[in-house]
Write a protein that binds this ligand. Structure first.
Ligand SMILES: [Zn+2]
Length: 254
């Protein structure tokens, strides 16, 4: 036996409901009863049709998502829907108790943080255990998060802001010697530094001491980005021990 059910409301209708006084009051009520922070739902008052309500990602391809699923007798009224991006829709829980939905929704991370995590992951994929044992990566990410917070609290923002944020995160990151982090957050070889590593290793094969190599590089006015205008013995040793593309390839294969 089947019952005739109303079809899903339009995206405009859904956005209109949550922007309305009734919708905004419902948000306040949900925050109190579930003890969660739904501040991001207040951004919908500006329209709510061009960004994901859960992760704030700007998109013109929003999906209508049931709060209580249709299969669990969820209604097709606007108050049982939110608009989300494809990724968030796929990740959202489908349970008959709306509490789980709203709890997940409140916790859903701002998409820019996902970028930060992506960058961190890229970096840690390539970093040596030695480097990972230092706290520099964790603390730089923490600092980046702190610095970015004022932007994130305001909810949605443009592509140019996103790019600026990624650059901000990168600024606080240090790739290992011989490598750099590009605009997309990937760790890639730094050609200049890779060349420097090869030069130092070449001299080492000729049995030159670190000190002698330091002198040669300084005399040749070899400019390095890490402040080795005058090369020290320690700096040269560090360069010699840095990972080259070949080392990396070997390490990954074995
Ligand atoms: Zn999303």
């Amino acid at each position: 036996m089947s019952t005739v059910r109303k079809s899903a409301p339009s995206k405009q209708k859904i956005a209109k409901y949550w922007s309305s006084e009734a919708g905004q009051n419902m948000i306040d009520k949900l925050q109190t009863t579930h003890l969660i922070d739904l501040d991001k739902m207040h951004d919908i008052q500006g329209g709510g049709l061009d960004f994901c309500w859960a992760c704030s990602k700007p998109t013109s391809r929003l999906e209508k998502c049931h709060i209580i699923p249709h299969s669990n007798e969820g209604s097709n009224e606007p108050d049982n829907f939110v608009l989300m991006c494809k990724t968030c829709h796929a990740e959202s829980p489908t349970l008959s108790d709306s509490f789980y939905f709203w709890e997940w929704f409140a916790d859903q991370e701002h998409y820019a943080f996902k970028w930060a995590h992506y960058i961190s992951k890229q970096a840690s994929n390539i970093l040596s255990d030695d480097f990972k044992s230092t706290t520099s990566l964790a603390s730089s990410l923490k600092k980046a998060k702190h610095d970015l917070k004022p932007v994130i609290v305001s909810g949605r923002y443009s592509d140019s802001t996103t790019k600026a944020m990624i650059r901000e995160v990168i600024k606080h990151q240090n790739a290992p010697l011989g490598w750099k982090i590009d605009q997309d957050g990937a760790v890639i070889p730094d050609d200049d530094e890779q060349e420097l590593i090869n030069i130092v290793r070449g001299y080492r094969q000729l049995d030159l001491s670190y000190n002698a190599i330091a002198q040669k590089l300084t005399d040749a006015k070899f400019t390095a980005k890490r402040g080795y205008a005058v090369f020290s013995e320690t700096a040269v040793k560090k360069i010699n021990d840095a990972e080259t593309i070949e080392d990396r390839t070997t390490r990954v294969i074995h």
